[in-house]
Design a binder for this molecule. Structure first.
Ligand code: DGL
Length: 270
């Protein structure tokens, strides 16, 4: 079935919880006239420690929800979902799909000079080897060093962005990658852009941090321009946020990720 896409339709962005708001934030800055519908599966987060089958099932359910809202583009903001379920989303319809892994891998290949790239993410993302496949699909011979950082998601949600415990965890996690002499590090998880200042200090100035949220915003701008799908209206855009639960501290955490107040939050009961 060929979808008829309206440039005035919203972009659908989805994630396992609030983390994907880092991608929404980058999109709002890069594409200030685009309407956005966000879906965060706050009732079932975290995905990063779940099996690929479960993640694929949840991901399909969310993508279908957004397609029913006539989005012109689907953005998989969650690295964990993208790592195991991107194909399942592509198979659902002709609506274009972008995902953070593709965007992050592309940005890393541009950033590296010595061809030694590090990638950090949730255990599921790292075990899936999705970044390895995406980075090795380029022409360059690349050495990729991957590290699962299971503690970072809870530390970020706790707000410990510049805390001795987080610093210690970062030193442990990054040690093997830094020993290999990487010159760029892909932040392969929605939560990690919030740790940028700390990670930059631990990694040192010779390592470029690759933020897949920024890379995704760039890729989105290119896709909308190439397919004549950019919103021609110059009104203030509409933002809607759908979540499956409103947990304690949801507003505080969400606003930390989004960098502004979180309006129009709708609760979905499945
Ligand atoms: N959104 C997830 C990711 O980018 C992190 C949170 C989770 O484990 O669900 O990998």
């Amino acid at each position: 079935m060929t979808a008829t896409l309206d440039p005035r339709s919203p972009i659908g962005v989805f994630d396992s919880g609030v983390g994907g708001l880092t991608v929404v934030r980058a999109l709002m800055e890069r594409l200030p006239f685009e309407n956005i519908v966000y879906f965060g599966d706050t009732a079932r987060v975290p995905y990063g420690v779940k099996s690929p089958e479960t993640i694929a099932h949840y991901t399909t359910q969310i993508a279908e929800f957004l397609l029913e809202r006539q989005v012109k583009l689907l953005i998989i903001a969650c690295n964990t979902m993208a790592s195991v379920a991107a194909q399942a989303v592509h198979d659902l319809s002709d609506t274009p799909v972008l995902d953070v892994i593709e965007a992050g891998a592309h940005a890393a290949l541009t950033a590296t000079h010595n061809h030694k790239i590090g990638v950090i993410g949730t255990p599921t993302t790292i075990n899936s080897n999705a970044y390895t496949r995406a980075i090795h699909s380029g022409k360059e011979p690349i050495r990729l060093y991957a590290q699962a950082c299971a503690l970072f998601v809870p530390l970020v949600e706790e707000g410990w962005l510049d805390h001795p415990v987080t610093r210690l965890a970062a030193q442990e996690y990054l040690k093997p990658l830094l020993t290999e002499g990487i010159d760029s590090l892909v932040l392969g998880c929605t939560h990690y852009p919030l740790l940028k200042p700390l990670l930059q200090e631990v990694a040192g100035p010779s390592v470029a941090l690759v933020d897949s949220a920024d890379a995704m915003a760039e890729q989105t701008a290119r896709l909308l321009a190439d397919r004549s799908l950019a919103n021609p209206d110059r009104n203030s855009p509409h933002y809607d946020f759908y979540v499956t639960d409103v947990p304690l501290r949801f507003q505080t955490i969400g606003e930390r990720f989004l960098g502004r107040t979180l309006p129009h939050v709708h609760l979905i009961k499945w």
